[in-house]
Design a protein around this ligand. Structure first.
Ligand code: NAD
Length: 246
């Protein structure tokens, strides 16, 4: 049987690295993409079914080069996980344009660029796109004007992709993680925010990278062959409560 190939962005650590490892456990090969070459090299070192590619998903020329190199190395792409992201917790008044653009460039432009550039390869395999948004894209808060807006846009972009690419057999779904103790989250979650999340989440805890990866890999797999255009919150029940984001 042909071994499937997943392209995972932001694969050097956190949710992207956990997703890479789960794909490999399930028999896939993985193209690991990250702009942090040092961390990516360490992460990829012992993963013999993975290959590392150092690229920035927010730069169009780099994305084109990345897709060319991945296609040359693996010959096919069956799933694309748009996971690379940056966090920013700031109110409107403190979010100058440079700060706004820094978030949009990776969180939104990067998803658009990588999806667009991999679409020809996904048409060949009738493959799957999974975009990583956030519960911050489902709910507004006083702190997340750029981050929350970028993630809400990713949710809508996913629906556009599902509507447009379905006729080519490509499925597009979106995962909205709740809080996970990664480097990204721990840089912005104060002790007060952590305590508030524990109270607000019905399961009363943060999620793990692996719990998010399980949903991502399922949506990429043939087990989800009739699932497209969906927004799946993996958030311990947070979104079901109506409680505001801390
Ligand atoms: P992380 O910081 O641990 O990992 C993100 C990775 O993306 C890093 O290795 C980083 O170098 C890479 N990256 C960032 N910008 C890039 C770019 N322009 N090009 C290439 N690589 C880039 O973060 P994480 O928590 O694992 O986050 C993964 C995704 O999950 C993000 O999209 C994030 O917004 C989303 N998310 C995380 C949480 C959480 O609580 N951790 C909650 C909701 C959503």
């Amino acid at each position: 049987m042909t071994q499937k190939v997943a392209l995972v962005t932001g694969a050097a650590r956190g949710i992207g690295l956990a997703t890479t490892k789960l794909f490999i456990e399930e028999g896939w090969k993985v193209a690991m993409i990250d702009r942090d070459g040092d961390e990516l090299a360490v992460a990829a070192k012992d993963l013999d079914q993975a290959q590392a590619f150092v690229f920035d998903v927010s730069i169009p020329e780099q994305v084109d080069q990345m897709v060319a190199e991945v296609t040359a190395a693996f010959g096919r792409i069956d799933a694309v996980v748009n996971n690379a992201g940056v966090a920013d917790f700031g109110p409107i008044a403190e979010t100058d344009f440079a700060r706004w653009r820094r978030v949009m460039e990776t969180n939104l432009d990067g998803v658009f660029l990588v999806s667009q550039a991999t679409t020809p390869a996904l048409k060949e395999t009738k493959g799957a796109l999974v975009n990583i948004a956030s519960i911050s894209g489902l709910r507004a808060s006083t702190l997340r004007v750029a981050y929350g807006t970028s993630k809400a846009a990713v949710i809508q972009l996913t629906k556009q992709q599902a509507a447009e690419l379905g006729e080519h057999g490509i499925r597009a779904n979106c995962v909205c993680p709740g809080p996970v103790r990664t480097k990204l989250a721990m840089a912005v979650h104060s002790p007060e925010i952590i305590a508030a999340y524990h109270d607000a989440i019905p399961l009363n805890r943060y999620g793990s990278e692996r719990e998010i990866a399980e949903v991502i890999v399922f949506l990429c797999s043939d087990r989800a062959s009739y699932v497209t255009g969906q927004v799946v919150a993996a958030d311990g029940g947070f979104d079901s409560t109506g409680v505001g984001l801390p």
